[in-house]
Design a protein around this ligand. Structure first.
Ligand code: HEM
Ligand code: HEM
Length: 191
């Protein structure tokens, strides 16, 4: 089924979840690796372009995912979950959505304000414009530096949340033995 049922996530939600998850995990590693490379390393520039292209794709997919979710509610949490666990699940999912939009937006804002004016070419195809207003700020270097800190802090928070999220999914599967992990996996029969 393309849409969610009251027992499991549908194909659209599952595909978007795993596509975005894989891309984000790759991007956390790529971001750390590329920013550590010396300026004279030949792969630095193409890796930054790749990072920006994948990051803007994650931003677009996340907006599509939120739109889909608005019309297609997720399956309810299992009845056995105590109130604090429900609250933690809802809060962490909401925080993930905020970060899935906030991390790439902060990255885009950072490169838009950069005094280096390096163009962002989406997978070598077309140029992405800067976010409005940021190329005209009075002190571009200070703005870029503040946004760099913001992008980095939000990305690290995402990494921390990912550890909690994976821990919760494994707890559901191996400890509570409920269907929470299975219903987000493709090709599983949940009833
Ligand atoms: C979900 C998407 C993204 C993730 C998970 C992510 C993650 C990261 C991480 C972990 C770093 C290293 C931070 C550090 O070393 O302190 C980084 C650096 C960077 N990111 Fe992203 N990023 C994303 C999207 C973007 C986007 C959309 C752009 C721009 C359009 C961007 C531009 C950059 C740049 C230019 C740097 C290097 C900053 C420097 O030179 O220190 N990122 N990113
Ligand atoms: C950075 C990577 C990831 C992000 C951003 C992410 C984000 C999310 C979000 C926002 C939801 C809530 C879906 C909704 O109801 O709208 C969700 C659900 C879920 N995620 Fe992830 N996820 C990531 C990685 C993973 C990984 C690696 C696992 C596997 C261990 C996983 C397992 C699950 C499961 C089982 C659910 C369903 C929870 C439920 O039924 O309420 N996620 N994820």
């Amino acid at each position: 089924m393309l849409t969610n049922s009251d027992k499991r996530y549908g194909t659209v939600a599952v595909t978007l979840h795993w596509l975005i998850a894989a891309a984000i995990i790759f991007m956390l590693g790529l971001g750390l690796y590329m920013s550590d490379l010396p300026l004279n390393d030949a792969s630095k520039f193409p890796l930054y372009q790749l990072h920006k292209s994948i990051g803007l794709t994650i931003l677009t997919l996340s907006v599509i995912r939120l739109g889909w979710r608005a019309f297609n509610r997720p399956p309810p949490l299992p009845a056995h979950m105590p109130g604090w666990e429900r609250l933690a699940a809802h809060a962490s999912h909401a925080l993930f959505y905020i970060l899935m939009i906030g991390v790439p937006l902060a990255g885009w804002a950072m490169v838009s304000s950069s005094p280096w004016n390096i163009p962002t070419i989406w997978f070598g195809q077309f140029q992405i414009p800067p976010l409005p207003g940021l190329a005209e700020v009075a002190d571009r270097a200070a703005t870029e530096s503040a946004l760099k800190d913001l992008h980095s802090t939000l990305a690290f928070s995402m990494g921390g949340l990912l550890i909690l999220h994976v821990g919760a999914a494994l707890k559901h599967h191996f400890w509570d033995r409920d269907s929470v992990l299975l219903r987000m996996l493709p090709f599983t029969d949940v009833d």
